[in-house]
Design a protein around this ligand. Structure first.
Ligand code: CAA
Length: 383
């Protein structure tokens, strides 16, 4: 069990912190206001190695551990949780191409992803299949050496900005969760278009939207692993993704806590700083406790994933659920500590609170995480 970062981890964290605080944090508010996707920072992030966290060195990546990834996402999210979110999805996609792809597929996509030329997106959900992901219907019918893909996908992070989409499709209409396969679909493939881009509560600088497939011809050679493996591939990727969302939520909560603490020391009421009152002190103490507990749970889940521990899936669910619930609670309390100043846009905490909410929903709603935890503890009692 890990309590302190080693020298290498601290060094990497410091490099990321410097970049995030200098190049990202000053723009986070305006990117959110203007709904601007900061593609211009993708290359600089890649130059630091951050677009290839899960890509082997031979393809230009850093091939870091999940634990190192968690430390990095925590730092990025302290500057801008939107950036941390889209980059973590990109890295998740690169990781699954590396893990489930063949040499030709790795060679085709991974170098460009590591260099910041190709942005990745992950697509599982559909209009009627969010939590019940195995119920997806987008079909891929085999015709010679192509699949003909028809249907639409929802809630896709990086929609319209990404170059490489990993899409879960139904190759066997009667196969249930075993009738799903994973295709890598490139942005300019004929028959593939971007539908509605959602208007959201937060994370406005990262587009979330719909993918539409109309007789879209995708080479069979763009399928990852065997037919029928898609659901397992998606959930394996999401185990890692959930750790990343947890790490981002810890960073977001830390950012809110830092603002609230500073404000509590500066803001005067009844002749003293409001931090002198126990009502505020106890809130700050609870916030700090929850953040530290969430951080340790995320680090532990990441270490278990790295070690291939048998309870890695449950640990990822615990970390995601606890850290995102923590971010929601801490950002809400930070707004409360700032009072009227917290509700207006001169301070970042109202944005933090809007951004925290999606963590409880994305990459498996927290009710699903609790279900995953309960199934691991009790077994399948529902048949
Ligand atoms: N890793 C690998 N395989 C797994 C797994 C995991 N974590 N969890 C389950 N599986 C396997 C099971 O072993 C089973 O295979 P076998 O039959 O061979 O044993 C198969 O998958 C089906 O599992 P279940 O019977 O448990 O399936 P289920 O239908 O009951 O669903 C669920 C399980 C946990 C509810 C799952 O559907 C789930 O996690 N739902 C939430 C989906 C989600 O997180 N969506 C967010 C997508 S993010 C996105 O789209 C946006 C973006 O941009 C990132």
């Amino acid at each position: 069990m890990l309590f302190e970062l080693d020298d290498e981890q601290q060094e990497m964290r410091d490099v990321v912190r410097k970049f995030a605080q200098n190049e990202i944090a000053p723009h986070a508010d305006s990117w959110d206001d203007e709904h601007h996707f900061p593609r211009e920072i993708f290359k600089p992030l890649a130059e630091l190695g951050l677009a290839g966290l899960l890509i082997p060195e031979e393809y230009g990546g850093l091939n870091l551990s999940r634990l190192m990834g968690a430390i990095i996402y925590e730092e990025l999210a302290q500057a801008d949780s939107s950036t941390s979110t889209w980059l973590s999805v990109h890295n998740m996609v690169a990781g699954l191409i590396n893990r489930f792809g063949n040499d030709e597929q790795r060679q085709r996509w991974l170098p460009g992803m590591a260099s910041g030329d190709l942005l990745g997106a992950f697509s599982l959900s559909e209009a009627h299949a969010g939590s019940d992901a195995a119920n997806l219907r987008t079909s891929a019918r085999r015709e010679g050496d192509h699949y003909i893909v028809n249907g639409s996908k929802f809630w896709v992070t990086n929609a319209g900005q990404a170059d490489v989409y990993t899409v879960m499709v139904r190759t066997d209409p009667n196969g249930g969760s075993k009738g799903i396969s994973t295709l890598v679909i490139e942005k300019d493939t004929p028959g593939f278009s971007i539908g509605k881009i959602e208007r959201k509560m937060g994370l406005n600088s990262d587009p979330t939207g719909e993918l539409i497939f109309e007789n879209c011809r995708v080479p069979v050679s763009h399928r990852l692993s065997d037919e029928g493996m898609g659901f397992k591939i998606a959930l394996t990727a999401l185990d890692g993704g959930r750790i990343n969302i947890g790490a981002s939520s810890v960073g977001l909560a830390q950012a809110a806590f830092d603002v609230a603490t500073r404000y509590a020391k500066e803001r005067q009421a009844f002749g003293k700083p409001i931090g002198a009152f126990q009502g505020i002190q106890f809130m700050l103490a609870d916030m700090a406790m929850k953040i530290q507990a969430a951080r340790l749970l995320v680090y532990q889940a990441a270490s278990k994933y790295d070690d291939g521990a048998p309870d890695a899936t449950m640990s990822a669910a615990m970390a995601k659920c606890f850290a995102t619930d923590t971010a929601m609670a801490v950002t809400t309390d930070a707004v409360q500590v700032l009072g009227g100043a917290g509700y207006v846009r001169d301070w970042p905490v109202e944005r933090y609170m809007r951004e925290a909410k999606v963590g409880q929903i994305v990459e498996g709603a927290n009710q699903i995480q609790r279900m995953v935890i309960a199934r691991a503890l009790l077994g399948r009692l529902d048949g």
